[in-house]
Write a protein that binds this ligand. Structure first.
Ligand code: SF4
Length: 380
């Protein structure tokens, strides 16, 4: 697998509690010993992937590293920072996702010392009842305090939001003004997807009355149109505070786009390490991968998870399509110069006002961003 891969994603599948809307690969209540064992396995996985990742400075540093989860800060990340140190330089973007309750001065200092320079905090909602119902475990005031502390250490910081959770209404939130003072450099705003494996799905489908500790959120799901309105509202709000949309769900101040995500959307290769991680290296697609070390297997660490490493080789045609189509998600757009057979269909979307065209580059319009999934589905 390729030496020239410049992007690395590492997944940490540990959480403080399981959020009601979440069907991601993550678990709450994993013991400290198992978390340590997981980090040890990651640490042993990294060096063999990179030819001289042996403590000497790597000749070709990584462009981006992203620690996602789950909650990476539930692990002691220092052994990983040590092994990654030869692979980073001043130009490496190193992002870590943080849960507000993991934010302490000590943690932030450890991240900074480890070379991290970008933080994404999972805020999700401004509404305390909704946060309680989601089982996030903090209030808006606590999240605000956590973010202000993050900003003392990391200028390049932003938040993740969920749009369309039952009982939430961004358009009517009295706390938007406070959010606008946080100095956000980035925001990801995802519409709620009712995942079958999530607790919310079960509550909504069965009409089960949630336990009192989950608060008093009405469990009426929003319609697609209502969610679309909320997304439009948020998009407008973010643009007013200087965050421009650069991808379907992502907004940033100028120059603060997430380079890691941009690399994957722009068709670059990336390693994905750990349980729940996906990677793309040439024609290889990896899942739950642990690098080249055959002795490291997640099934040995968490046999109960049953997540075996998978490496699949896709066809060149699939590879080309996948990389190309991803580019349409971004504000940079899709250059149809090398896929003339799509031009007729792309022109039709342009006539419908969903795409704008400049020479042979097609970009989503505001309306196009809203229905992007159906455009992508038609191209696939
Ligand atoms: S949303 Fe994040 S913190 Fe919550 S359970 Fe899922 S992975 Fe864990």
């Amino acid at each position: 697998m390729g030496e020239a891969v410049k992007n690395l994603y590492v997944h940490f599948p540990f959480c403080r509690g399981k959020c009601t809307y979440c069907a991601l690969c993550s678990k709450a209540g994993v013991s400290r010993a198992d978390r340590e064992s997981y980090v040890n396995s990651l640490t042993r996985s990294i060096s063999p992937i990179f030819p001289n990742g042996d403590g000497s400075r790597h000749s070709s540093p990584l462009s981006t590293i992203y620690f996602g989860g789950g909650s990476p800060a539930l692990c002691d990340l220092r052994p990983l920072f040590k092994v990654l140190n030869p692979l980073i330089d001043k130009n490496t973007e190193f992002s870590v996702e943080l849960h507000p309750l993991d934010v302490t001065e000590e943690t932030l200092q450890v991240l900074k010392d480890g070379g991290v320079n970008r933080i994404s905090m999972g805020l999700q909602s401004l509404n305390d009842d909704v946060l309680k119902h989601m089982r996030r475990g903090y209030t808006f005031d606590e999240a605000e305090k956590a973010f202000r502390l993050i900003k003392e250490y990391f200028e390049n910081s932003g938040v993740d939001l969920i749009i369309g959770y039952p009982g939430d209404s961004w358009g009517q939130s009295p706390r938007l003004q406070r959010l606008s003072d946080w100095g956000l450099k980035h925001c990801s705003a995802y519409s709620l997807i009712l995942e079958e494996n999530s607790a919310l799905f079960k509550l909504a489908q069965t009409g089960t009355v949630p336990p009192p500790q989950m608060g008093t959120v009405p469990l009426k799901l929003y319609s697609d149109e209502e969610i679309m309105d909320e997304l439009s509202f948020i998009s407008h709000f973010l643009s007013e505070i200087g965050l421009k949309r650069y991808e379907i769900s992502n907004y940033s101040a100028p120059g603060y786009e997430c380079r890691h995500n941009m690399a994957t959307w722009n068709g670059e290769d990336y390693y994905g390490l750990g349980i729940g991680a996906h990677g793309r290296i040439g024609l290889k697609r990896t899942r739950n991968w642990w690098g080249q070390s055959p002795e490291i297997k997640p099934s040995l660490i968490f046999p109960q998870w049953g997540q075996s490493p998978e490496v699949e080789t896709v066809s060149e045609e699939f590879d080309f399509k996948e990389r190309k189509i991803f580019s349409l998600r971004t504000a940079r757009g899709l250059d149809a110069g090398d896929c003339p057979h799509w031009i007729e269909r792309l022109d039709r979307f342009a006539e419908e006002g969903l795409l704008e065209k400049e020479n042979l580059v097609y970009r989503l319009t505001e309306r196009g961003f809203e229905v992007c999934d159906s455009i992508l589905a038609e191209l696939i």
